[in-house]
Design a protein around this ligand. Sequence first.
Ligand code: ARG
Length: 461
Amino acid sequence: PSVSLWGGRFAGGPSPELQALSQSTHFDWRLAAYDIAGSRAHARVLHSAGLLDEAELAGMLDALDRLEQDVAAGDFLPQLADEDVHTALERGLMERAGDALGGKLRAGRSRNDQIATQVRLYLREHARRIAVDLLTVVDELITQAEAAGDAVMPGRTHLQHAQPVLLAHHLLAHAWPLLRDVDRLVDWDVRAARSPYGSGALAGSSLGLDPAAVAADLGFDGPVENSIDGTASRDVVAEFAFVAAMIGVDLSRISEEIILWNTKEFGFVRLDDAWSTGSSIMPQKKNPDIAELARGKSGRLVGDLTGLMTTLKGLPLAYNRDLQEDKEPVFDQVDTLTVLLPAFAGMIRTLTFDTARMAELAPQGFALATDVAEWLVRQGVPFRVAHEVAGACVRVCEERGIELWDLTDDDLARISGHLTPQVREVLTVEGSVGSRDGVGGTAPARVAEQLDAAKERSTEY
Ligand code: ARG
């Protein structure tokens, strides 16, 4: 017969339908190692409280070691009747330690404080790995920015040509948000580093067990301040889910640009063969699948966050079984980022930019019109007037199908008495980008400083 966790009050076992609905081992089995780590820590506080003698503690730890090895080797697996990972592992412990000893471990703990603790252990470990993978993506962006030197490109707003910028500036604009995502993971860990273990079902334990000792044993900074909060709240899980979703959105934004840049029309970038795919029918095709999958998977990362928030909304204190639904969304996020980030890093590392094409397009679409207006301002012309005059230049050019630098001295004089031939000094991309030399601006000297700053930030971790 299977080991039920609540036999005493019940006449029989659960219906098969309930069992099928209730079961979670198909997804929470990945928490097995954390469950066993928690059991070891729990055995030690039971011993400290005088509830396990020396020999019992040794026997318990030995059984847990053997159970851990069997789980790792795949020799111990959950059965249909095991509701969740905790139930299965208690069965495994009883089989190894015997009923008399094995049955003592559950004193003073509940699956409610166990699961709340284990999710945190799992997420803390995986958040570190995700941060490392993310920093690799950041490093690839920084390396590409460095290689780009003073290469220019059309900067866009509303996807229209706006002002020329340095390619390095643009690439770093993608690196900074990812660095902030790493910051978010690090900062999140401060809140994740409190252990709910010892909260019991909700009210704490009457057995004199020390939650601080378990917390320290499991690598937490300390126990939660409130046992009800500790077992019922999932804001820490939801916050992780937000950061994972934000990472997805940030990668999706880069992806959309790579997809556009890789088209015939843009022709800004070439993808490496090993990091792109072909078509089963069209021999000429080379598709940006990594970028498209990143864009697509950002949808599921956001969906995971949304699903979790919706589950949490309106739950009363304390533990409710709804909370079992907290795990699959974040497990899916971890799995998604685990495959996505390394592929993404490889795609960025192997991009080749057509900087000649980018430079050719950089000034087009009247992208230097703002430079004309700002040149006029430097001559003492009020900006409202300057904006009008530069706009008039664009209108004339558009009518004649020419660019701003094609306007003759006569054209300029006819448009406005303020426009002297000297204005041509700013009608080059180099002049334009060089003039935007405030902190954070696109002037080469500023971008070089920014590059150093980004490098320094990325090596701080
Ligand atoms: N498997 C549950 C979860 O994932 C933990 C078990 C709590 N069950 C209960 N009846 N109190 O949240």
